[in-house]
Ligand binder design. Structure first.
Ligand code: SAM
Length: 282
């Protein structure tokens, strides 16, 4: 399957206006967090963050298909001994725009920075906030099932024979244990906590996320041939993963140095593909 990777240089506030309505299946992105990385790409002050983000969220709402999903990776930092509340304020304002706050996933960073503070422990997770336009959206749950492995063996070992058959008789709630469903299965549905190390092969960007992160959400919310958008592309992790998974993608990046890196890489890949096709044709 030939898929298209469309990357654009500029401020996503403007560039998003060029994209058609209802054309994207998944928006997956990690924007600049407030007050962070000011020297690299200008962190937005906490007090201005919601006002800065809302016009972008408005455009994302327009370009997303009604069956699509928007996943926002963000984490508020601590200042003056308190967590900022701007992410929570943003969620409330986005709901006023019409977004549904469907779910919040946690990315558990298995290898977070070491550290010790008198009033808190080291920060080991980030938010992945799921927004939708409609209650009915595409979700391919089977695509992210995980092997039950040892978990199954240890859980099943401790169950009585009665536990192993559907046990609804006591309360009649209809929500019986239904453990029998799991006995012959090797795969289970995951939880909303994703365990991934921060480490990634990508040394070209100071804030690149690991490939496993977009990969998991692309599997869950899209199928091959669908379109994924990352309006804060950075080093293009979302786009490269989307391409490898046979999804079309669009990436927008403000800084020419990151844009050029991604453009060069994509050009190299397309060139190799083109070369192979040429040889095959002969
Ligand atoms: C947290 S990084 C994204 C990193 C990316 N997920 C990766 O794996 O490389 C945010 C990126 O957004 C870019 N950016 C900041 N403001 C932007 C804007 N208004 N429009 C487009 N890109 C922007 C920054 O230059 C930075 O590369």
């Amino acid at each position: 399957m030939h898929v298209k990777t469309d990357i654009r240089l500029g401020d996503c506030t403007d560039i998003l206006k060029q994209l058609p309505d209802n054309s994207v299946d998944l928006v997956f992105t990690s924007p600049p967090y407030a007050d962070q990385r000011i020297n690299t790409y200008g962190g937005i002050p906490v007090e201005q963050y919601v006002d800065w983000f809302l016009p972008i969220a408005f455009e994302l709402f327009r370009v997303l298909k009604p069956t699509g999903t928007f996943v926002l990776n963000i984490k508020e930092k601590v200042s003056n001994g308190e967590r900022s509340t701007y992410v929570l304020e943003l969620i409330l304002e986005m709901r006023k725009q019409g977004w549904l706050w469907t779910e919040e996933f946690i990315w558990h960073k298995k290898n977070s920075y070491p550290g010790k503070w008198p009033n808190r422990f080291r920060d080991s997770w980030e938010r992945l906030i799921q927004f939708n336009k409609d209650k009915k959206f595409n979700m391919y749950q089977e695509a992210v099932m995980v092997p039950m492995g040892d978990w199954k063996k240890s859980r099943m070992k401790n169950l009585s024979e009665r536990d192993k058959v559907r046990d609804e008789s006591k309360v009649g709630s209809g929500f019986g244990k239904n453990i029998s469903n799991w006995i012959d299965r090797d795969l289970a549905y995951p939880t909303n906590v994703i365990h991934l190390a921060t480490e990634c092969n990508n040394k070209n960007h100071s804030a690149a996320f690991p490939e496993g992160l977009p990969e998991w959400f692309i599997k869950l919310f899209t199928k091959p041939g669908d379109t994924v958008l990352d309006p804060f592309m950075g080093s293009g992790t979302t786009n490269f993963v989307a391409k490898r998974m046979n999804r079309n993608s669009i990436g927008i990046e403000l800084l020419p140095e990151y844009f050029d890196l991604v453009a060069t890489e994509i050009y190299k890949e397309e060139f190799v593909l083109f070369e192979k096709e040429e040889k095959y044709a002969k």
